[in-house]
Design a protein around this ligand. Structure first.
Ligand SMILES: [Zn+2]
Length: 893
């Protein structure tokens, strides 16, 4: 495909869409079915269908694309699998919320109608997510797109369940779970957010059952659970224990007799040291009850929405939620004289991340995975360096969690999710667990089967993603060719939800690591330093960002200057930086194009220079070689920001500013044909190769510019990656050029310090340090004079006096002087007025410092600040004096 001649202005919109279509048409990102040579593969963390992509996704996707594109250019067969996650409970919550706005209760729909609503949601969001990912220009293999609820995923999920079940690693048990009463399902520990909240502590008197006066004072934050009590407990060392244990008290409001017991788990410092024991609604109470087998089996007092119910709850309380139940209980306890006192109390409350509702610890029958046996090989693999975590500091966090790992509750009481592949037989009561949905009981042959009503936690599917997305459990070609994958890039917020579990699933189901490297991206903040979040509303839609700035500017702004592995700010400043850089690259390519002879073939390699070739050519090739080496090292170390930073400096400063400026003389033809050709070939080589190096970060603009320049291949996206060794090393040229650039820098600094107008070209002098520097600088004096805009440039010998009426600087390479302009009449007046003002200030400061009272009373740093102020004022006055009396003094070095 040929590009039209480059327009003057860089306008990303049309060219980005054009190249995305072209890459698609050419199948540039389709991975070969039978790769030759070591492949590079990765899975895209499938975004949740819950919402659309955020800037956080764009950051991760850009990091992955930089790795994938650079590996593809290096010649590796690259497979990057896109996907979508059905996100079970989270999606159902969103659909429920949307329906509620329309006045429809999700729970009141028939299962078919409810699932149709979920499906509608999925279609809409899938389309939007696809558009966003395509607009970012990510080199995904869309022909291998997967969904965590497609038929192959259903099969993989059932297969995994059945295997774990048969190895005894899945069990069904009554456990204390985190119950979300709003969503009426269990959720995992990781989905509960704990925070301190203001509450009250109630002291309630439980009267003695034998009618003796008094009773025992019990402290509780949850008086509404009083109906579920089976005992009251104190610590064995409590002085009251000897006379109380064995006695009974009456639970107020429901008049049941319960015993007084002792248990070491009771905290003697909490409240009055006596706890009520409600085993179905508190994990500690349950543990205590388990040590006292004589206690009555507790009865459930809440329904699935946490409303009071059941035989132990007085009917007047039935149907009250926890809040209303609590205020009613407190009211009645007070009226009946059981409430001793109440006091404000702060304590940690767990809320559901999904609904915001307070979690009800609830004893319920759920499915669990035994995690310890799965975690062991993973911990060993990370310790042995078989899987590496980047940045390495997260390894510690990882180990800490893995070592305290709990069994995973995988059943959910929601509609949207993979069914648990268990059927219970009504004839023999046994379970049939199979990959294919069974038609009859595998124990007695009965067809009277009842499927388990629950569905699986969404992570139970996504933890298999690196191999399930490649076709597991089938031994597919992709699985053989591209598994294990190379790298997983994701946010550290799902380190435990997902990354750790993927490792466990990998070793369990494939006897292999799922990936060699894990890279955690940082969390983006807005420009004010607040974490970007949908709820705060400070996370822009990527499509809006791309529409305004272009995908390339967005990508560059995401990787530079803030490191992709750190929490950092992203917004208009970063985007503008990205766009300015791309405009610089655009203009550099247009400039280069102006020197390309028509019909020229693609760039095969650098021009062969000799030692008498122009210094700037030799220098830029040497700098180019170092740049490629640094980019290679950065990408190898999973540091896209390092690569972008090196390229930004090289292209902007070394090539566009220095090299182009210095070689203008040669390029104009004034220095002869050979100089022209060498300069042109050097420029073309360096620019063409820079476009290749920049391509993984900013693919669209580089593809466009590369096509405008001479090229042999069809697409830059599949062209070769530069080999650093193509260009020679040339330490001598680097040292020499450094001296030339340094002298230009010094003279430019003097110009700006002396506020010399841009149009004026003052005389300058250099006294070089030593014969070698003298040789280099005199040889390049024309370049120095031209770039520093000085005329004439005179070289001084060791004994020559410093020029009069000049400003100077001493540096390692020698001394530089610049003629100081005489102040004009108008300037002189302004300077004189400024001098008077400064002098007045100086006098005030001096008076203050001369006051002994000030020096003794004021804090030392205030005194020091005043001294510094006086010094600074003196210095500014001296400089004005220099300007006003230009003939009076020598150089101010
Ligand atoms: Zn049966």
């Amino acid at each position: 495909m040929s590009s039209p001649a480059l327009p003057t202005r860089f306008e990303p919109k049309a060219l980005e869409a054009r190249w995305q279509a072209e890459w698609d048409r050419a199948g540039a990102f389709r991975a070969p079915d039978r790769p030759s040579g070591p492949p590079f593969s990765l899975v895209l963390p499938p975004p949740n269908v819950t919402g659309v992509l955020t800037m956080g996704h764009m950051l991760g996707d850009t990091v992955m694309d930089v790795l994938a594109r650079s590996m593809r250019m290096r010649g590796a067969p690259v497979l990057w699998v896109p996907g979508l996650d059905h996100a079970g409970l989270a999606t159902q919550v969103e659909v429920r919320r949307r329906l509620a706005k329309e006045g429809v209760r999700f729970e009141e729909l028939s299962p078919e109608a409810a699932l149709a609503e979920v499906e509608r949601w999925k279609e809409e969001h899938e389309r939007r997510i696809g558009e966003q990912a395509r607009a970012g220009g990510f080199s995904l293999d869309w022909t291998r797109y997967r969904y965590t609820f497609d038929p192959a995923s259903v099969r993989a999920t059932r297969e995994a369940f059945v295997r774990l079940y048969r190895s005894g690693l899945i069990y069904r048990g009554e456990r204390m779970v985190n119950w979300d009463p709003a969503l009426r399902t269990a959720i995992s520990d990781l989905e509960v957010k704990h925070a301190d909240e203001a509450s009250e502590l109630y002291y309630v008197r439980y009267p003695w059952a034998d009618g003796t006066v008094g009773g025992i004072e019990v402290a509780t934050v949850r008086p509404e659970t009083i109906f579920g009590d089976v005992a009251v407990a104190m610590h064995p060392d409590d002085p009251r224990a000897s006379e109380s244990v064995g006695k009974f008290v009456v639970v107020p409001l429901c008049h049941r007799r319960v015993p007084v017991i002792t248990d070491p788990a009771v905290d003697p410092t909490f409240g009055g040291g006596v706890l009520k024991i409600t085993p179905r609604h508190d994990p500690v109470d349950r543990e205590i009850a388990s040590r006292h087998p004589d206690l009555t089996d507790p009865v459930e007092i809440f329904d699935e929405s946490a409303r009071l119910t059941g035989p132990w709850v007085p009917t007047t309380f039935h149907g009250l939620n926890r809040e209303r139940g609590r205020s009613r209980a407190v009211e009645e306890l007070e009226r009946e004289g059981f409430l001793v006192r109440r006091e404000p109390y702060r304590h940690s409350v767990g809320r559901s991340e999904r609904s915001g509702e307070v979690i009800e610890p609830r004893l319920s029958t759920q499915w669990f995975v035994r995690m310890t046996p799965l975690a062991e090989p993973v911990v060993a693999a990370v310790r042995a360096g078989e899987i590496r975590i980047h940045p390495e500091r997260w390894t510690l966090t990882f180990f800490r969690w893995m070592e305290g790992i709990q069994d995973w509750c995988i059943s959910r009481q929601v509609l949207w999710g993979h069914r648990i592949p268990v059927d219970r037989c009504r004839s023999c009561g046994k379970e049939t667990v199979s990959v294919e949905p069974p038609t009859k009981c595998e124990h007695c042959g009965s067809t009277d089967l009842v499927p388990d009503p629950d569905v699986l936690d969404t992570w139970f599917t996504s933890w298999m993603w690196p191999f399930a997305a490649l076709g597991w459990p089938e031994r597919t070609g992709d699985l053989r060719a591209y598994y294990p994958t190379n790298v997983l890039v994701t946010g550290r917020d799902i380190m435990f939800f997902w990354v750790a579990r993927m490792m466990m699933a990998g070793y369990r189901f494939t006897e292999s690591k799922p990936f060699s490297d894990v890279y955690f991206t940082g969390m983006l903040q807005d420009e004010g330093g607040r974490r970007m979040s949908k709820h705060v509303g400070n996370s822009p839609d990527p499509l809006d960002v791309i529409g305004e700035w272009g995908a390339d500017a967005m990508r560059f702004g995401l990787v530079f200057p803030n490191p992709t592995s750190e929490d950092g700010r992203f917004g208009p400043t970063a985007l503008e930086g990205g766009r300015n850089f791309l405009t610089k690259v655009w203009n550099l390519a247009r400039f280069t194009l102006g020197y390309v002879p028509p019909g020229r073939a693609g760039v095969r390699g650098p021009p062969s220079l000799s030692s008498d070739s122009a210094l700037e050519n030799r220098w830029i090739l040497a700098r180019y070689r170092r740049t490629v080496e640094a980019v290679d090292a950065a990408l190898h170390g999973f540091d896209p920001t390092g690569a972008a930073s090196v390229l930004h400096d090289f292209v902007w400063h070394d090539v566009a500013d220095r090299f182009v400026e210095i070689s203008k003389g040669a390029l104009s033809g004034r220095r002869g044909d050979r100089a022209l050709e060498e300069a042109r070939e050097t420029l073309l080589f360096v620019v063409e190769r820079s476009l290749r190096l920049l391509h993984p970060v900013v693919p669209h603009v580089t593809e466009e510019l590369w096509h405008a320049l001479p090229h042999d291949r069809d697409l830059l996206a599949t062209a070769g990656w530069p080999d650093a060794r193509e260009a020679p090393t040339d330490p001598a040229a680097e040292v020499e050029m450094e001296a030339v650039l340094e002298s230009i820098r010094l003279l430019r600094n003097l110009r700006s310090e002396e506020r010399i107008p841009a149009a004026s070209v003052p005389p300058a002098w250099i006294r070089p340090q030593g014969p070698e520097v003298t040789r280099v600088l005199t040889q390049h004096s024309a370049t120095i004079a031209r770039l520093a805009r000085v005329q004439p440039l005179t070289f001084l010998g060791a004994t020559d006096p410093a020029p009069a009426r000049s400003a100077g600087r001493v540096a390692p390479l020698g001394e530089c002087y610049l003629e100081r302009p005489a102040a004009s009449g108008e300037e002189s007046e302004a300077l004189t007025r400024e001098r008077e003002k400064l002098h007045e200030l100086l006098e005030k400061t001096r008076t203050r410092l001369a006051d002994p009272g000030f020096r003794t009373r004021a804090p030392p740093d205030v005194v020091r600040a005043a001294e510094e102020k006086a010094h600074e004022l003196e210095e500014r006055i001296r400089r004005i004096d220099d300007h006003l009396k230009p003939h009076a003094s020598g150089p101010a070095a």
